[in-house]
Ligand binder design. Structure first.
Ligand code: GLU
Ligand code: ZN
Length: 281
């Protein structure tokens, strides 16, 4: 049984991703789970050369040692294909050729291509959603209730330009019976109902979810590569981990890196995490 950290190799680890990695690591250990590492690397053009090895080096430098082999979504394509076939057998997918312009006209998918069940070239593949509420309880954000038909509508599981969509790949990976916990940033909360929809259609066991606050920069934006987050400095791992622990509501004693992490494992409580995003400069 495991939790997981699933970075996209679009750049080096930064303070925001280290914070999430640490929280997921501590949460998994506190629950007696393994901590697995998976690269969300399906969006080929966004992958940065060298980012995977750099992320691995940073995690190791910060004492965040993962269990088992590193996984890559790009090496799991046959699993996603099999999932897509299952959805197809259940009559759940269709081929969509709607233009960007048409899609931009309504907040939810307008349903034009719902009857196009035989494959056609140069089309995205969408999964049908239900006109019913989808509910789950997030361990940090509380009870959630969403109507996918009213918020997104039938959504893309395989993109027109080829790759499987994040929603499908992540649902399949997190629906693996060994993954029992998904702790990630609150910015991803809105994806969870889509992933749960797929998990349910595939008859996979759903993990429990914990969406923690994200770190914001001075401008109130999530720290990310897009908002100019600098790479984490691997030469100061103790200070970086200490800063993240404080942001996670812990008050670490003055210890070296590894003892501080051991201390944090035994003091971790998900219930101490607030719901609100936090500024970090
Ligand atoms: N790869 C995604 C990201 O870096 C996270 C995916 C996830 O945890 O589900 O934002
Ligand atoms: Zn369409």
């Amino acid at each position: 049984m495991a939790g997981r950290f699933a970075p996209s190799p679009t750049g080096p680890l930064h303070i925001g991703s280290l914070y999430t990695a640490l929280a997921s690591f501590l949460d998994a250990h506190a629950e007696g789970l393994a901590w697995r590492l998976r690269f969300d690397d399906l969006d080929e053009p966004r992958n940065q050369p060298g980012a995977k090895s750099r992320i691995l080096r940073s995690l190791e430098a910060h004492g965040l040692h993962w269990d088992g082999a590193v996984e890559r979504q790009s090496e799991r394509l046959c699993l996603y294909q099999a999932a897509l076939e299952t959805l197809r057998r259940k009559g759940r997918v269709f081929h969509c050729t709607c233009s960007r312009k048409v899609l931009a006209e309504s907040p939810t998918y307008p349903g034009h291509c719902r009857e196009r069940v035989t494959p056609i070239p140069n089309a995205a593949i969408r999964v049908r959603v239900d006109d019913a509420a989808l509910e789950f309880t997030d361990l940090v954000q509380g009870h959630q209730r969403t109507r996918l038909d009213r918020t997104v509508g039938d959504f893309v599981v395989k993109r027109r330009d080829g790759p499987f969509a994040y929603q499908l790949a992540t649902a399949v990976d997190d629906g693996d019976p060994s993954i029992v916990r998904v702790l990630r940033g609150r910015d991803l909360l809105a994806n969870t109902p889509r992933q749960l929809h797929i998990v349910t259609l595939l008859d996979l066991p759903a993990p429990t979810y914990a969406h923690i606050p994200v770190l914001l920069n001075r401008a109130g934006q999530k720290w990310s590569k897009q908002t100019g987050a600098p790479a984490i400095n691997d030469q100061t791992p103790r200070d970086n981990i200490r800063a993240c622990l404080t942001l996670l509501g812990l008050q670490p004693p003055d210890l070296g890196l590894e003892p501080m992490i051991e201390w944090a494992k035994s003091h971790w409580h998900l219930s101490r995490i607030g719901k609100q995003d936090q500024a970090f400069n």
